[in-house]
Design a binder for this molecule. Structure first.
Ligand code: ZN
Length: 139
């Protein structure tokens, strides 16, 4: 499951920082998730909370913000973001998860250039996940 493995790597990174700095507890974590990671923010939060149990991050507040996807047309060079993109709203198909990070993702989503209508579209942003801030409590 996509969200579970991502949650595990986020938590590992957070706990490593907490340990390095000698913190007693993790109070909060802010995470930015790109739209094209096809991660469901609610599922990710659920996995983080479950995995954090019994660690210094238990009870931490996990804030997840969604980063809009950015696209570029290979034909005409048009660049746009996915604010208005209906295709992504129900993009929870397992095939899309499997295609994550691949060249085929824009065409699987049925994305087209808004200017020239080309389907030759590439992803320019919103395809990664990062931990933005970590709030720690020291003993
Ligand atoms: Zn175009």
């Amino acid at each position: 499951m996509h969200e579970l493995s991502l949650a595990q790597s986020i938590l590992d990174a957070v706990l490593e920082v907490a340990e390095e700095r000698g913190a007693e507890r993790v109070l909060g974590v802010r995470i930015r998730v790109g739209e094209f990671t096809m991660v469901n923010p609610e599922q990710l939060r659920f996995c983080l909370e479950a995995l954090a149990e019994g660690t210094p991050a238990e009870g931490a507040e996990f804030e997840i913000e969604l980063e809009r996807g950015r696209l570029r047309c290979r034909e005409c060079g048009e660049e746009w973001s996915t604010d208005e993109e209906e295709a992504l709203k129900d993009a929870r198909d397992p095939a899309l998860h499997a295609a994550f990070g691949s060249e085929e993702l824009p065409s699987l989503l049925g994305l087209r250039c808004p200017r020239c209508g080309s389907r030759s579209v590439e992803i320019r942003g919103g395809d990664s996940c990062e931990v933005r801030t970590i709030r720690l409590e020291f003993g």
